[in-house]
Design a protein around this ligand. Structure first.
Ligand code: 13P
Length: 255
């Protein structure tokens, strides 16, 4: 069966000291109600990765980066490679977040290269897709998400694709307090699964975890996670407070 995952994306928040405190709190609270069937991930800024990996139990909380370089190594000032990320003990990397796509010009082609680098370094990838409001209003949301999947990921082999987790994050729901309804989330998640099945077959599609992200919080998590194709969440704002994040983890455990 596919994994149930609750992943925090801290984005550009928390100093190192604050991040270590939060990571310790998350670790101890997850440990206190450990349910093995939910994988808990925290996605920290790069500079936190190696320190955070010393204060969390890898069997309890997995660590993720939020980006990686397109190139393996060399003269790329300011970049952080997938090998460096893996060397900190991080197991995951978030790629294709809408903030990376829109503020830093990350195209599908750039993302396909990042995916390759991450896989070469045995990282699991949380690959984000999602439409902006105008695309939904114009009825283009399925088309947009399909092309993000095809162009970013569908050059992979089925074995490589087994290291991909999809996060559906409608851009209009990110940081806005406006969540997709559970019906809207389920409709898109089912579409994503069908698109994966069309490329890799039903078995691969059934094994792929598809997370929802966008103003997911302790109040709406239960309803979102009750949907059959919503396997978990990618949590922004609510991952910055351990109590809120743990409440979302518990909501995932309860289904
Ligand atoms: P919010 O939960 O703050 O809306 O952010 C969602 C997100 O972008 C997670 O990657």
């Amino acid at each position: 069966m596919r994994k149930k995952i609750v992943a925090g994306n801290w984005k550009m928040n928390k100093t190192l000291q604050e991040g270590l405190e939060l990571a310790k709190e998350v670790n101890s609270k997850v440990k206190a109600n450990h349910a093995k069937e939910v994988t808990v991930v925290i996605g920290t800024p790069f500079i936190h990765l190696s320190e955070v990996s010393k204060v969390v139990d890898p069997d309890i909380v997995a660590i993720s980066a939020q980006n990686c370089a397109t190139e393996a190594s060399g003269a790329y000032t300011g970049e952080v490679s997938a090998a460096m990320i893996a060397s900190t003990g991080s197991r995951y990397v978030i790629l294709g977040h809408s903030e990376r796509r829109s503020y830093y010009g990350e195209t599908d082609e750039i993302l396909a290269k990042k995916v390759e680098r991450a896989l070469e370094n045995n990282l699991e990838i949380i690959f984000c897709v999602g439409e902006v409001l105008a695309e939904r209003e114009n009825g283009k949301h399925f088309e947009v998400v399909e092309s993000q999947l095809v162009n970013g990921l569908f050059n992979l082999t089925a074995e490589q694709f087994s290291h991909i987790v999809i996060a559906y994050e409608p851009v209009w729901a990110i940081g806005t307090g406006k969540t997709a309804s559970s019906a809207q989330a389920e409709e898109m998640h089912a579409f994503i699964r069908k698109t994966i099945a069309g490329k890799y077959g039903q078995e691969v599609a059934e094994a792929t975890s598809i997370l929802y992200g966008g103003s997911c919080n302790p109040k709406n998590a239960d309803e979102l996670f009750s949907q059959p194709d919503v396997d978990g969440g990618l949590i922004g704002g609510a991952s910055l407070k351990s109590d809120d994040f743990i409440a979302i983890v518990k909501a995932r455990q309860n289904h």
